[in-house]
Design a protein around this ligand. Sequence first.
Ligand code: NAP
Length: 330
Amino acid sequence: MSVETETRTMQAIVQRTYGAPEPVHTTATVPRPVPAAGDVLVRVHASSLNVADVAMVTGRPSLIRAVMGLRRPRHRVPGRDVAGVVEAVGAEVTGFRTGDEVYAEAVAGSWAEYVAVPAAVVGRKPATLSFAEAATLPLAAGTALDCVRTVRPGQHVLVNGASGGVGTFAVQLAKALGAEVTGVCSGRNVELVREVGADHVIDYDRSDFTSTGERYDLVIDLVGNRTLAACRRALTEHGTLALSSGGGGRVIGPMGRLARAVLLNPFVSQHLRPVTATRSRGKLDRLTELAEAGQIVPAVERTYPLSDAPEALRRLRAEHARGKTVLTVA
Ligand SMILES: NC(=O)c1ccc[n+]([C@@H]2O[C@H](COP(=O)([O-])OP(=O)(O)OC[C@H]3O[C@@H](n4cnc5c(N)ncnc54)[C@H](OP(=O)(O)O)[C@@H]3O)[C@@H](O)[C@H]2O)c1
């Protein structure tokens, strides 16, 4: 085989079936992706773990298999968040060149040495952050940005699930917008939630935020462990409930709750709004500005080498998250 036609390879975490992390994940040598005309090929320095990655591993809730592959995952290499260096660009890409430091949210494939991502969803890495820190932003901080989009200075905002990946960013973003912020988390994470800027912290083992009598202009629910009626009790008359895709059963996950919120919304004075984490360069540009201004600082709990991805996932599933878990690629 000539040098020109030889397929280049890379190390990647590969998943051939659904299940628990260890039996389904192996480190393997696979072909390096070739960027399409509109793609940027990124040499991966870091990726971060998200609840979406856990769903991809387990194939639960079952509804997601309609998108991810019915019997086995459509994408063999998992991983969405990525921060790294541009290795090559497709023929139609402008604005990026080899050597640029970038970050992005891929559909899959970032738990590898290289990943190809559409240039339209690639952003310039914040200069003030390491690759490991930047890799925590795209999905989690991007979702948090959507959660806080209605916030005005002086409003009262509550974040249920304030110590997790999305929650630690939601607290910081709501503070940056001038809100008074209350975070809800377990007792062991009270200090972390204070450190990321919450004015008040509720330990959910001691107090139920839906029964305190306090009213918030915005409740960001990242957990889904309270009924819609209970969450509405914690809202002002025209307050907003921003619902992420948290909680729910093994088949449809949170979809029943989100559908009920959408159906109820026209009939109540409050605004019940599912959160959608869409990918765009504009969103990454905004996150870069906020990070470089020091208004969001990633809370990285643990860093693992890529080959330890199964262990990182196992811990994420077995223990409650504190901020973000990162995979680094040598
Ligand atoms: N809509 C979208 O596009 C989108 C995008 C990203 C994420 N999400 C969803 O958003 C949710 C949060 O994601 P994440 O990445 O932040 O998850 P995560 O990092 O696992 O954090 C979840 C947090 O919830 C907290 N928690 C658990 N039980 C709780 C309770 N009873 N009361 C209050 N807090 C509790 C945990 O805090 P303690 O350890 O302190 O208990 C944990 O830190 C997930 O369900 C995910 O699927 C949706």
